[in-house]
Design a protein around this ligand. Structure first.
Ligand code: SAM
Ligand code: SF4
Length: 324
């Protein structure tokens, strides 16, 4: 369906947990967050109901995220069931990769169509500083195995921060010898992200070109997101950029989000008061639920206001709580 500004909404990102085995500095405080009560968490049958209704409105791509989605028991089975819904043609997962290797066989047989692994550095010490975890080798093993068992699309998501030039060049190099696309996600001023400095896309390109040679823009759409891609000579994978602040892409935004406790987020930047879990639990029929989703989607804001000073509706929860 189209929203009030004529954008076609086809993509739903579902957060299945606010728990995580990492504590990335720009996402989660070191001592964690106050977890959502068990009974407030969307049950998988509720998530599936939302997916079935969303399909009726034209949503056909689902992303499972979190927190760390692989820490929620049964997530592979959820992916299997979402994949089986008529009209869904892509179910992908975003993970920190720590538990990936052990779940890959299940994920593959569940029909996952793509896996995005978040990785900001190949340096074990920096990895520990950023994630407060020592699992770099597990993450790298997960990426390698995902490629070798034939997951249809494997991408790396890297959030570069000022001062981490060697880190992001190292991560870009993963696209040289393996068919993985490395995307640089501009740090967003959400929650902990407000405490760090982002690097502009132009600065990144300059730094990367000095180390890996010319980046040539390509007009490829590799998935359902707003990334713009470049190719580097001799690289099997592409280098992409998702720069929500410096290259705002709101006019083409095709996505909505649902938090672990059932809030529909129509834009990352704004807090949400639309709770689909409460609506389901109040006894709504499928038809009513479809109308509910439709009205919410229609009202999607025109664009984010990350840089606006007096943004009264600004999201105050942390990224791990809202689902990145
Ligand atoms: N735990 C999984 C992971 O790390 O991929 C899924 C959830 S995580 C919140 C999703 C993505 O959001 C990750 O790629 C992470 O790097 C990114 N992220 C977290 N905080 C961010 C911020 N302030 N700005 C930009 N991206 C952020
Ligand atoms: Fe966990 Fe992902 Fe947030 Fe890192 S970015 S703390 S892995 S949810």
């Amino acid at each position: 369906m189209q929203d009030q500004y004529g954008r076609k909404i086809e993509y739903l990102r579902i957060s299945v947990t606010d728990k995580c085995n990492f504590r990335c500095v720009y996402c989660m405080p070191e001592d964690g967050v106050e977890y959502i009560e068990h009974e407030e968490v969307m049950r998988f049958e509720e998530v599936l109901r939302v997916c079935r209704c969303a399909v009726q409105l034209g949503i056909h791509e689902i992303k499972i995220t979190g927190g760390e989605p692989l820490v929620r028991h049964g997530v592979c089975d959820l992916i299997r069931q979402i994949s089986a819904i008529d009209g869904i043609d892509s179910v992908t997962l975003t993970t920190n990769g720590y538990l990936l290797r052990q779940y890959l066989p299940q994920l593959k047989s569940a029909g996952v169509t793509g896996i995005n692994v978040s990785l900001d550095t190949l340096d074990p010490q920096h990895f520990h500083q950023i994630t407060r975890n020592d699992g770099l080798s597990e993450v790298l093993a997960g990426i390698k195995e995902a490629v070798s068992i034939g997951i249809p699309s494997v991408k790396i998501n890297c959030v570069p921060m000022r001062g981490n030039q060697d880190d992001f060049v190292g991560v870009a190099m993963l696209a040289k010898d393996a068919p993985v696309h490395v995307r640089f996600i501009e740090l967003m001023p959400i929650g902990m992200g407000q405490e760090f400095d982002r690097i502009s896309q132009e600065q990144m390109i300059e730094n990367l070109e000095a180390r890996i040679g010319k980046l040539i823009p390509v007009q490829e759409h590799l998935g359902n997101g707003p990334a713009v891609y470049y190719k580097a000579d001799g690289f099997l994978g592409r280098i992409g950029f998702i720069s929500a602040i410096s290259h705002e892409f709101c006019q083409d935004c095709n996505r909505i989000r649902m938090t672990v406790d059932g809030y529909l987020k129509l834009c990352l930047n704004y807090s949400s008061h639309i709770n689909v879990r409460d609506y389901i639990r109040s006894g709504a029929t499928d038809e009513e639920l479809e109308h509910f989703l439709k009205a919410a989607i229609y009202g999607k804001p025109r664009h984010h206001g990350f840089l606006e000073k007096n943004n009264a509706e600004k999201e105050s929860r942390k990224m791990v709580e809202i689902g990145g």
